[in-house]
Design a protein around this ligand. Structure first.
Ligand code: IPM
Ligand code: MN
Length: 357
């Protein structure tokens, strides 16, 4: 019996529908080549659905996802709706309600010419960023007082729990071991934000259980500098939610842009969510010019998570070959049609798979 996985698909807003269609096209080809099966269920959450029904994301859907293996999400966000409303309901909703405490964001340069930094090679830019995904300034604790008066007060709480900090740090060390990486770097700002001292202390404690893994410690401002100057210093990097958000957009540029950067929102052992890092790019909606590679790369991460490692490796190799050989000429919008990129990946997957046997 071949393995079968059930996947919730949320195309979302803007270019979401188009890029997810290419992700599914590639996954479909991989099921044929590698002999596993996917059962997909599509969900309509997003701006159009909200404007038509006033429903953002029903709680009942979380119970459905919990019965499934993974969620594949396109993009959420639409200028017709109050800033952040739909993002908080769908993206943050998934992260919090499914307790997806790891936001795994690999920063990997697939081809030298894609890097905006001078003389950087793929060997030098290859790291796993572990962004904590359920705490920090994202919990919504805080608010405004005396809004729109001269005495207005606005407050948001940076919240860290020992449990929350420990589990993401532990996962980072575990993954360093599993993936054969050598070093885990803690990124915080404990010199200015004293509450982040919890990160420094818990990191030291967990690190002591992994004597074969090297450790390093950087403050976030310096980490941004080193990412540009010496990207090869990073192997696995773990950090609080808000710093991970910022650091990985910078990282996406180092690997060639948001057109390739993907992420996995994980609760190890439970249903997890995979998405491109880019947004919904409403101006490109329906034009067929958006580059779907980041979503295809998110599908690749999903396959790894599901345990379909051969398929995931084949897909990643196919993406790398298409970029190295410049058959996919750019990661931006408009250079190829959205469907053309999907077709190129499908053809390359078949080619790579046939060479192996
Ligand atoms: C991301 C996004 C989200 C975040 C937004 C849309 C809430 O920027 O996934 O990185 O800040 O986490
Ligand atoms: Mn972000």
């Amino acid at each position: 019996m071949s393995n079968e996985y059930s996947i919730a698909v949320i195309p979302g807003d803007g270019i979401g529908e188009e890029v997810v269609a290419e992700g599914l096209k590639v996954l479909e080809a991989l099921t044929e080549v590698f002999g596993f099966r996917l059962r997909t269920t599509k969900y309509p959450w997003g701006a159009d659905h909200y404007l038509a029904t006033k429903e953002l994301h029903p709680d009942s859907a979380y119970d459905e996802y919990r019965q499934m293996d993974a969620v594949l999400l396109g993009a959420i966000g639409d200028p017709r709706i109050e800033t952040g409303l739909i993002e908080r309901a769908v993206i943050a909703g998934l992260r919090f309600k499914l307790d997806l405490y790891v936001n795994l964001r690999p920063i990997k340069l697939y081809a030298e010419h894609l890097c905006p930094l001078k003389d950087r090679t793929p060997e030098q830019v290859d790291m796993l960023v572990m962004r904590e995904n359920t705490e920090d300034a994202y919990t919504g604790i805080g608010g405004t007082f005396k809004q729109d008066t001269g005495d207005e007060v606005a407050m948001a709480t940076m919240l860290y729990t020992r449990k929350g900090v420990e589990r993401i740090i532990r996962y980072s060390f575990e993954q360093a071991v599993v993936t054969g990486r050598k070093k885990v770097t803690l990124v915080d700002k404990a010199n200015a934000i004293r509450a982040q001292d919890i990160w420094t202390r818990v990191f030291e404690k967990v690190a002591s259980e992994y004597p074969n893994i090297e450790t390093d410690h950087m403050y976030i401002d310096a980490a941004c500098m080193w990412l540009i100057k010496n990207p090869d210093w990073f192997d696995v990097a773990v950090m609080p939610n808000i710093f991970g958000d910022i650091f990985t957009d910078l990282g996406a540029m180092v690997q060639g842009g948001l057109g390739i950067a993907a992420s996995g929102n994980l609760h190890p052992g439970k249903v997890s969510m995979f998405e491109p890092i880019h947004g919904s790019a409403p101006k490109y909606r329906g034009k067929g010019v958006a580059n779907p590679l980041a979503t295809i790369n998110a599908a690749q991460m999903m396959l790894t998570y599901l345990g379909e490692e051969d398929a995931a490796r084949c897909l990643e190799k196919s993406i790398a070959r298409l970029l190295e050989s410049r058959r996919i000429r750019s990661l931006g919008a408009g250079e190829h049609s959205t469907a053309e990129v999907g077709d190129l990946v499908v053809a390359e997957v078949r080619e790579v798979a046939s060479q192996k046997t």
